[in-house]
Design a protein around this ligand. Structure first.
Ligand code: KIV
Length: 259
């Protein structure tokens, strides 16, 4: 097992796994000091491009952002989120993942789905590619984004999906918007760590979209906590800059090239 993956794996039942998304180098550099795992999520479609669905995110967009993130990530595990229709069968998945690894030097890939994607996960794992699973709300295929695990049948299916993913060789699984008791049941039943988003404190780790955490996005999801309103801070600086330019207080002699 790769050293970075082992570090994540070894945290199960010991300490929480801290994860965040990043889409560019400057942010990734800050997160790398404090996170165990940095995900280049296809959430960048809605966060940066205003897309209504992640379905419009392309492999090339993900590669471009990941190349930038790679420049800022040193110690954390960097995970590439495979976009929609890039892993419809084992052959397609392997071809695209090989390209992604070559171009971005990411450490692992994440795929959405349960039972249906098991042959794909197996194929990648057989090729020594670390795979992270993703169950619960599946933004690439779900029509409704309501939390999962309300009904017994649905809970059973999701629990079974996580067992299959573990058996297929996934090193970790994201649980997106899963009911609190079900999150506990899944986490307790697996040897691999679960990473929650909207899935309570019962998971082994937690992930959030960085723009939501720092107040750059306008989303108001129940599971998001805004730790700082960075857009206000940026606006304050921009207003001051504008005033100084208009009043001819900037640039000064100090910022100019003088002979
Ligand atoms: O795309 C993403 O950012 C994700 C996280 C929400 C887990 O998949």
């Amino acid at each position: 097992m790769n050293k970075k993956i082992k570090k994540i794996f070894d945290k199960k039942n010991k300490s929480k796994i801290v994860c965040l998304t990043a889409y560019s180098k400057n942010i990734a550099e800050i997160l790398d000091k404090h996170c165990d795992l940095i995900l280049v999520g296809d959430s960048l479609g809605s966060v940066l491009y205003n897309y209504k669905s992640t379905k419009k995110v392309t492999l090339q967009m993900m590669i471009n952002h990941s190349k930038s993130v790679r420049l800022g990530v040193n110690k954390s595990l960097m995970v590439f989120d495979m976009p929609y229709k890039t892993y419809r069968n084992p052959k397609e998945a392997l071809k695209n993942v090989k390209l992604v690894l070559k171009k971005t030097k990411c450490d692992a890939v994440k795929l959405e789905g349960g039972k249906k994607i098991i042959p794909i996960v197996k194929k990648l794992v057989q090729n020594k590619i670390p795979v992270m699973g993703h169950v619960g709300i599946l933004p690439q295929s779900d029509k409704k984004f309501t939390f999962k695990g309300k009904k017994q049948q649905e809970s059973k299916r999701i629990l079974n999906d996580t067992k299959l993913l573990e058996k297929a060789g996934a090193f970790s699984i994201v649980l997106e918007c899963i009911e609190t008791n079900l999150s506990k049941k899944i986490t307790d039943n697996l040897k691999i760590p679960t990473i929650g988003i909207g899935s309570s404190a019962n998971c082994d780790g937690q992930v959030l979209v960085i723009d939501d955490l720092i107040g750059l996005s306008k989303t108001k999801f129940k599971f998001v906590k805004k730790y700082i309103d960075i857009s206000r801070i940026i606006e304050k600086a921009v207003k001051k800059y504008k005033l100084e330019v208009i009043k001819k207080r900037f640039p000064t002699r100090k910022h100019s090239f003088n002979t």
